[in-house]
Design a binder for this molecule. Structure first.
Ligand code: NDP
Length: 290
């Protein structure tokens, strides 16, 4: 089998947790970080400190990157470009699909393979098989390194396009941030009315956990491009969002978030969707030129 040996570049909270997981699984781990002392704890656990990026690359074929973004990758690897040939870089830094596609090309031009990763868990989820990471890139390169990557989290291979893992990651984050801000906003309104966050918790959790049923109901219709107003009408939804804005105002809470939602509803009304379902707003999102 393959020798259990890997290089980890980037030792933020994520990279540290990754290097530690490899060490726990008996891997020989070579680490490099711009701020060298972030490696100290890992060295006491048995990691090898590379004193240069050249050394870090020379140590292993498989190199894990865990950096703030893809720009940091170029800053680190550009001066060591001639050492990249034959390497496989698994980039677990978050960024856009296009950045991942550019990086794959940049590395291919230097004789290196690239696997894009989108880690879906915080550092505490690293080393747990029930956690999941999206991967994309050449299938045979992914398969050849799958066992090693499974030390970090479960793997979900999305396809050959290097942008795919980043894309799946970003569309999940799109939902995550909007949903979590909706929770924070509602909690602020609750608190302004003397309801504590603890008291609100079971209600907030119930609303959030009801969402899959809505998604499952509407998905076939959205897939077909149909938004019939048989169960909900946009005009009704707009009145409902107006009530939310007014309740927010009455509580003395910032109205930015529900006002943004209201604006999308208003555009849907202007575009003739009053009698359609609120899901017709997806057509408004697709008209980014408006
Ligand atoms: P950090 O931003 O804390 O890690 C940054 C790492 O990148 C450090 O090692 C830092 O080096 C290095 N770095 C940044 N810019 C440069 C540069 N210009 N040159 C050299 N090195 C640079 O992030 P995390 O460890 O938290 O996360 C890493 C990646 O994982 C990110 O892309 C993040 O989005 C993603 N992720 C993180 C999650 C989390 O909960 N933390 C969850 C899911 C994904 P130095 O130490 O010298 O500053």
């Amino acid at each position: 089998g393959k020798s259990k040996s890997v290089t980890v570049i980037g030792l933020g909270p994520m990279g540290k947790a990754m290097a530690a997981a490899f060490l726990e699984h008996g891997y020989k781990v070579t680490v490099w970080n711009r701020t060298s002392n972030k490696a100290d704890e890992l060295i006491t656990k048995g990691a090898v400190r590379a004193s240069t990026v050249h050394e870090a690359l020379a140590a292993n074929e498989l190199v894990i990157l865990s950096l703030t973004d893809y720009d940091a990758m170029y800053t680190i690897l550009e001066p060591a470009s001639e050492n990249l040939s034959g390497k496989v870089l698994v980039n677990l830094s978050s960024d856009t699909p296009d950045k991942a596609r550019e990086a794959a090309k940049w590395l291919a031009n230097r004789g290196a393979g690239h696997i894009t990763g989108g880690v879906q868990v915080p550092p505490s989820g690293i080393g747990k098989p029930e956690s999941s990471t999206y991967y994309s890139g050449p299938k045979e390169v992914f398969e050849a390194n799958k066992e090693t990557l499974e030390v970090l989290t479960g793997t979900d291979y999305r396809g050959e396009d290097p942008g795919l893992a980043a894309l799946y990651y970003q569309i999940q984050m799109d939902m995550f941030w909007t949903a979590m801000l909706s929770y924070l906003h509602a909690t602020a309104v609750a608190q302004a009315n003397g309801i504590t966050a603890e008291q609100f918790l079971p209600y907030a959790a119930e609303t959030m956990s009801s969402l899959p049923k809505f998604i499952e109901f509407y998905t076939p219709r959205i897939n077909a491009g149909e938004y019939p107003g048989d169960v909900d009408r946009l005009a009704m939804g707009m009145a409902s969002v107006e009530h939310v804005v007014h309740t927010t105002q009455d509580a003395g809470i910032d109205i930015t978030l529900p006002t943004a939602v209201l604006e999308v509803f208003r555009r849907g009304m202007e575009n003739g969707h009053a009698g359609n379902s609120f899901t017709s707003l997806i057509e408004i999102f697709k008209k980014s030129d408006i």
